[in-house]
Write a protein that binds this ligand. Structure first.
Ligand code: CMC
Length: 389
């Protein structure tokens, strides 16, 4: 096979050089453009963090105001997108709807094909960040048969999303400020994570020169998979299966005996506490103060307590990851489990976009085209139908 390296899943291959996100998995460090995730979660907003990821620097007051205005200006969707949405079956999975509608946006904005124009890229960035929450809320309401809610651009990014999701009367929706801030921070925590499966998909599809809507639809498609966007839902199912705190030791034993995994634990890169999980755990308590405790919380806390003291998990460096508590929070806020990957996609949009832009501008990049190690038949002659065994 000559000099070909065999690297399934590209675990040991750097596919790009990047200046966006830094992870040190052994130390449990995550930084966007050099800024620690803890500081951004504490002090930034999702729109400011999006600016940082895409443009590389924090905005001053005026730049942030213009950025926010520009994104708000793009929260509406074309009327035909509504017809497109209506075409999905009543029980369509919201993430499947997202894959389809984000891809469909490319047919509405032909100017997006001009990927080498900075002006065009800027416009598509604003459109995508602006429209994703609108599409996400529509995908939810479609599944319930509820009328769609127009964006309320006087609300914050997260507040408007909550309004489009949960508004049920003619009266203006007033988001609970604790839940609004918690959701904004959850979006920040999901905003980028270097070359994960969906970002790799965005870069690989984008490397063909396609428009950003199509590349980002590929990211949504990757996130639809249970190993990527589905782990927090799996945590809820696991906690429901355990059923009560006294059953936790029995469950831990079954995991150690090889019967399934402890969902929301372990990470390919973090061999320490996932820094996002620490922040999410704090948010969980703030949210439960408002919504009342999620009854599954006690089971989760006991599971974490036992696992962090158990040799099996300690020796394998298995710690809670971002998904361990996020599902519990989303559930307490009123989101159905089908929406969990959609929430992930809203948060990941600026990461996907910044990585796509970096890829487009990277003069060293080529179309993604890995090689293979061929294990099939050697050359053989075609056999006419009547002579086949
Ligand atoms: N529960 C029990 N054992 C585990 C777990 C777990 N969650 N994760 C890994 N192990 C064991 C595994 O059985 C293996 O043991 P042994 O050496 O005896 O064979 C050892 O730990 C190493 O496992 P691995 O599969 O080589 O580890 P990986 O780095 O390939 O897998 C992972 C990472 C996230 C896929 C895995 O930890 C897992 O399946 N976790 C549960 C699912 C989950 O929570 N996924 C969300 C990931 S974070 C989301 C994101 O950032 O996108």
């Amino acid at each position: 096979f000559g000099l070909l390296g065999y690297d399934p899943g590209f675990l040991n291959t750097a596919s790009c050089k990047s200046r966006i996100t830094y992870i040190d998995g052994d130390q449990g460090i995550l930084r966007y453009r050099g800024y620690p995730i803890e500081q951004l979660a504490m002090s930034s907003s999702f729109l400011e963090t999006s600016y940082l990821l895409i443009k590389g620097e924090l905005p001053d007051k005026e730049r942030l105001a213009v950025w926010t205005y520009n994104i708000r200006h793009h929260t509406m969707t074309h009327a035909n997108i509504i017809k497109f949405m209506d075409g999905f079956r009543y029980d369509a999975h919201p993430m499947g709807i997202m894959v389809g509608t984000v891809g469909a946006l490319s047919t509405f904005y032909r100017d997006a094909k001009d990927i080498n124009s900075e002006e065009s890229r800027k416009l598509q960035v604003r459109r995508l960040i602006g429209k994703i929450p609108t599409l996400a809320a529509m995908s939810f309401r479609h599944s319930l048969g509820f009328p769609y809610v127009l964006p309320d651009n006087d609300l914050s990014y997260a507040g408007n999303f909550l309004s489009m999701m949960f508004k049920m009367t003619e009266q203006r929706y007033k988001p609970n400020p604790v839940l609004e801030r918690a959701l904004d921070v959850l979006f920040i925590l999901h905003a980028d994570h270097e070359q994960n499966c969906s970002t790799n998909a965005v870069r690989a599809v984008g490397s063909s020169g396609v428009d950003p809507y199509t590349a980002i639809a590929a990211g949504c498609a990757a996130l639809y998979g249970p190993l990527h966007g589905g782990a927090n839902e799996a945590v809820i199912h696991m906690l429901l299966k355990i059923g009560s705190v006294d059953k936790v030791p029995e469950f831990i034993k079954s995991v150690k005996d090889g019967d399934g995994r402890l969902m929301g634990f372990g990470h390919r890169v973090y061999k320490n506490y996932d820094p996002r999980a620490k922040i999410i755990k704090e948010i969980a308590f703030q949210v439960f103060e408002e919504t009342g405790k999620n009854p599954l919380l006690e089971i989760a806390l006991e599971l974490e307590r036992i696992a962090l003291e158990d040799d099996y998990f300690v020796s394998r460096k298995l710690y809670p990851n971002v998904d361990f508590y996020s599902g519990l929070i989303y559930q307490a806020m009123g989101f159905p489990m089908d929406m969990f990957p959609v929430l992930f996609a809203i948060g990941r949009i600026p990461g996907w976009l910044s990585q796509w832009i970096e890829h487009v501008k990277d003069g060293e990049q080529k179309i993604a085209r890995p090689r293979q190690i061929y294990l099939g038949e050697a050359e053989r002659d075609y056999i006419p139908m009547e002579k086949r065994p």
